[in-house]
Design a protein around this ligand. Structure first.
Ligand SMILES: Nc1ncnc2c1ncn2[C@@H]1O[C@H](COP(=O)(O)OP(=O)(O)O)[C@@H](O)[C@H]1O
Ligand SMILES: CC(C)(COP(=O)(O)O)[C@@H](O)C(=O)NCCC(=O)O
Ligand SMILES: [K+]
Length: 250
């Protein structure tokens, strides 16, 4: 059994895959906030985990905690490299690219091969990256995620409240504070994705991450666009099915 982990700055997402399973075909999966990390070992016990592949962008302390919890010593820490699984990484310093972004790009390409792709991962930060039809990771954008945008307004102003991301956005211009904040933050997120798609001449766009459920429905795009759960885990899984596991620090 293979354990896949996407450790982000807000939550740890994981999935368990049987040997030889196609990318995204999992027998179990879940997500926990950092504060609930201790719940993870119980989810993984009794599954006979033989190896683990981990993307971690949340720092060395979390890496050390995960290392102690993962029920195998065969752990591969995924890293961004100049070339992997048919994708070339055009980041100036390939290892500087967040390994979750590289994994998400690989996942998007596995789901939509030979497309000019935009992959947006809407988590703590929102990352919006471009992959060419011939498999070059071109680079992208990093902006505060939806939750961070809303929280920063509430924390740094006297009169603005914290708004719940799940609230329904009314059509047209907002006539009250909560809707105006929601409209502004969602428009910033969706606008950046739409702008990236136009800049790249994208033929497909994949939106993932904890806030995708709010941002995805707001997008106005003339191309194939879809919300995909756990694109980082799909990308990690795709590297195992197409090439041997890499073992290098993230
Ligand atoms: N149940 C949830 N718990 C935490 N964040 C959530 C949840 N549902 C949606 N979100 C939104 O998703 C974001 C976290 O998404 P996630 O993809 O897990 O981020 P990361 O990869 O940075 O850990 C939060 O900032 C918040 O806006
Ligand atoms: C941009 C990120 C913070 C996103 O992290 P997340 O929101 O998924 O927790 C992460 O990919 C990262 O730390 N990247 C390193 C810098 C870069 O990609 O250029
Ligand atoms: K992200």
């Amino acid at each position: 059994m293979l354990l896949l982990i996407d450790a982000g700055n807000t939550r740890i997402k994981w999935a368990l895959a049987e040997d030889g399973a196609a990318p995204g075909v999992w027998i179990a999966s879940g997500a926990v906030a950092h504060a609930d990390l201790n719940h993870l070992p119980a989810s993984w016990a009794q599954h006979g985990v033989k190896r683990a592949l981990v993307s971690n962008v949340a720092g060395s302390k979390l890496r050390d905690q995960l290392q102690l919890m993962i029920p195998t010593t065969a752990i591969s820490w995924f890293a961004s490299t100049a070339q992997l699984a048919g994708m070339r990484n055009a980041y100036r310093n390939p290892s500087q690219l967040g390994c979750d972004r590289f994994a998400a790009a690989l996942g998007a390409r596995a789901l939509a091969p030979r497309q000019a792709l935009i992959v947006a991962t809407c988590g703590t930060a929102t990352t919006i990256d471009a992959v060419s039809a011939d498999g070059v990771f071109l680079g992208g954008m990093i902006l505060p995620g939806l939750g961070l945008m809303a929280t920063s307004l509430a924390r740094n102003t006297a009169q603005l409240p914290e708004v719940a991301p799940g609230a329904t956005l009314p059509a047209g211009f907002a006539d009250n504070t909560a809707d105006a904040i929601l409209s502004g933050c969602l428009s910033a997120q969706a606008g950046a994705i739409e702008r990236a798609c136009a800049l790249h001449g994208a033929t497909a766009c994949i939106v993932s991450g904890g806030a995708a459920q709010y941002i995805g429905p707001v997008l106005r795009l003339p191309i194939d666009h879809r919300i995909v759960d756990n694109i980082v885990l799909i990308g990690l899984h795709s590297t195992v099915t197409s090439s041997p596991l890499q073992d290098s620090p993230c």
